[in-house]
Design a protein around this ligand. Structure first.
Ligand SMILES: [Zn+2]
Ligand SMILES: [Zn+2]
Length: 120
């Protein structure tokens, strides 16, 4: 990974760690990585925890940020200090119990950790 160069698409990103991670994960995704396992977002070109609250991260089919019971968008709360991540439906006040919810929480925690390592 040390010899890899940052993709041109991300060359204007000042956070080198982020730009490198985006490049690596793009390649991994072409090689078969599940896009929902990424710690970076190629749409917003940010760490996942920085843009997961965007409507682009809602997926009714996979259940990502989606409460099936209420048919409503669930919110993601991220505590940058404690590193806690939670997915909550504003209607039933429940965390949608799904693989997708666990996946969001896992990926956001990992992206928080990766971004923190980058600035440390
Ligand atoms: Zn995004
Ligand atoms: Zn709900």
């Amino acid at each position: 990974m040390t010899t890899q160069t940052i993709d041109q698409r991300y060359s204007d990103i000042t956070d080198q760690q982020l730009a490198m991670r985006l490049t690596t994960e793009d390649l991994e995704e072409y090689a078969g990585l599940n896009p929902f396992e990424r710690l970076t977002c190629h749409v917003h070109r940010r760490w996942l925890h920085d843009c997961v609250s965007s409507p682009a991260h809602v997926n009714m089919i996979s259940g990502h940020r989606w409460c099936r019971r209420c048919e409503m968008t669930a919110n993601v709360s991220i505590d940058h200090v404690s590193g806690a991540v939670n997915v909550m439906c504003p209607h039933c006040q429940c965390s949608p119990n799904s693989l997708a919810t666990r996946q969001i929480i896992r990926a956001c925690k990992a992206s928080l950790a990766a971004a923190h390592d980058a600035t440390a």
